[in-house]
Design a protein around this ligand. Structure first.
Ligand code: FAD
Ligand code: NDP
Length: 450
């Protein structure tokens, strides 16, 4: 039997797995990383990166239309050639793959292009039967999209299928009201589809500040997306060349060319040998970890989506780096603080949030004050665009510590990062007010909220 020995074996070469491997290697550890699929995992191949490419294209379409209003000699309703766009998107992703391959080589990480499963707390078996022994094993196998269990569900796709589209389908239904549903709705609308968003609840993005999500729903509708709340899909069936969705709540049925489910993701734990090795799952089917990414088995760790803690790339990366700093970098207390993680929903315009919603703050503190700014950004005003910006700040206690910042508007994705630092550092409303504005920008409104 072929057996090799390492200090650490990492399962998965996505955001968390790559970060763990590179950081461990930088501390001098001998690392093997198993990844059977293209390097970079969900984020690089079927997540953040291709999504942002499509978002940027949809954003450009919107800006070209505004430019036409301002007198530029461009079409008021620009069309994009999808083959060209997809070729550029792939070229960008190929560049990331190449840079990862180079880094793996430079850092001496052994990339094994196979799946692995645990035989025990110190042994991983590859698909070809090779056994890898290690002092430490890191599980970073990510998550996968879920489809609801309903008749005809196989006729619908998930976000992975969105990335396989070669052109904008004429009529698309997106089921769900979370991050992916909102993002795909905006992108497909911007790139030429007629989009219907089927949301089972009464609000988009549950867990976000409801005032912000109400404005988000208004924005989507204003753009021409058909947002239907309280609408459940009962079944899908073939209808000529299309798909008929049988609905509850609203019209009894509707026909679409493409149906995409964006109904959540589940940790990828199947076939990992977790039971054999004794690695426990939590109530949601994620690998249970403590604050230091330790699983129930000493020497076995888990990071990223497989632990279902804030399914975000920078979270997987940060958790992995701190784990390796702790194991190999002489930093025994290193761990990720999962509080106040900022994130952006790439809608049009985007929604950036950090900290607590007003609802969460009121449940936690006796004194809560909120401050707002609502305005039409200058380019929208110049081009007769109707999309408005809503900024909101949530403050708690007598000293008005800022506990939540929510920005829905052009540039929110780029503005939020700096304010996330301030919030994490404990900024108060007074300190925000004391900061001189930068004029004329949208960002200045963050320090001018009333
Ligand atoms: P992954 O990146 O999924 O990597 C897991 C890897 O493990 C995979 O490559 C898989 O092939 C491999 N693997 C699985 N089983 C095994 C095995 N047995 N052996 C070896 N390898 C195995 N996050 C953001 O922060 N910003 C965004 O804009 C954003 N947009 C997104 C858009 C979409 C459509 C989706 C689906 C997700 C998005 N995310 C975004 C979330 C982000 O992609 C994930 O949080 C992140 O990729 C998680 O990293 P990970 O390392 O835990 O898992
Ligand atoms: P979310 O958890 O964000 O949203 C899932 C949505 O599906 C919710 O609206 C939920 O409704 C709805 N839903 C669940 N089950 C059903 C069902 N059976 N029928 C109808 N609707 C259903 O998951 P996503 O799939 O959108 O995204 C997964 C994760 O990926 C996100 O949580 C995020 O962490 C990450 N991500 C991050 C992005 C970013 O940073 N920009 C972009 C994309 C993904 P209800 O609220 O009623 O439960």
């Amino acid at each position: 039997m072929n057996t090799r020995s390492f200090d650490v074996v990492v399962l998965g070469g996505g955001s968390g797995g790559l970060a763990a491997s590179f950081r461990a290697a930088s501390h001098g550890a001998k690392v093997a990383m198993l990844e059977p699929a293209p390097l970079g995992g969900t984020c690089v191949n079927v997540g953040c990166v291709p999504k942002k490419a499509m978002w940027l294209a949809a954003d450009l379409a919107e800006r070209i239309a505004l430019a036409s209003q301002l007198g530029f000699d461009v079409p008021a309703a620009p069309q994009v050639a999808w083959p060209r766009l997809l070729q550029r998107r792939q070229r960008y992703i190929d560049g990331i793959h190449a840079s990862y391959r180079q880094r793996l080589q430079d850092t001496g990480v052994a990339h094994i292009a196979q799946r692995g499963r645990l035989l025990d707390a110190r042994t991983v078996e590859c698909d070809d039967g090779t056994r890898l022994h290690a002092w430490h094993i890191v599980i970073a196998t990510g998550s996968h999209a879920l489809k609801p269990d309903l008749p005809g569900a196989a006729l619908g796709g998930v976000s992975d299928d969105f990335f396989a589209l070669q052109a904008a389908p004429a009529r698309v239904a997106i089921v769900g009201g979370g991050y992916i549903a909102v993002e795909l709705a905006g992108v497909l609308h911007g790139l030429g589809s007629e989009v219907t968003l089927l949301v089972r609840g009464q609000q988009l993005l549950s867990g976000f500040d409801s005032e912000m999500t109400a404005q988000m729903a208004e924005n989507l509708r204003q753009q021409g997306i058909d947002v239907r709340f309280g609408c459940r899909v009962q079944a899908l069936e073939r209808h000529g060349g299309g798909i008929r969705a049988l609905l509850q709540g609203g019209p009894a049925d509707a026909v679409f060319d493409t149906v995409l489910f964006a109904t959540g993701r589940a940790p990828s734990t199947h076939g990992l040998g977790l039971e054999t090795a004794g690695v426990a799952l939590d109530g949601q089917g994620a690998i249970a970890v403590d604050a230091f990414q330790n699983t129930s088995v000493p020497g076995v760790f888990a990071v990223g989506d497989v632990t279902a803690q804030a399914m975000l790339t920078p979270v997987a990366i940060a958790a992995a780096r701190r784990l390796m700093d702790r194991l190999y970098g002489g930093q025994p207390d290193a761990r990720l603080d999962y509080d106040n993680v900022p994130s952006v929903v790439f809608s049009h315009p985007p929604l950036g949030s950090v900290g607590l919603s007003e609802e969460q703050a009121r449940a936690r503190f006796d004194t809560v004050n909120t401050y707002h700014s609502r305005f039409r950004p200058m380019l929208q005003a110049l081009g007769d665009g109707q999309v408005r910006t809503l900024f909101k700040m949530v403050c708690a206690g007598v000293d008005e510590k800022v506990v939540g910042i929510h920005l829905l508007g052009e540039g929110a994705d780029e503005i939020l990062q700096g304010f996330a630092v301030a919030l994490k550092a404990g900024v108060t409303r007074r300190q925000m007010e004391d900061t001189v504005a930068i004029h004329p920008t949208s960002a200045e409104e963050v320090v001018l909220m009333r």
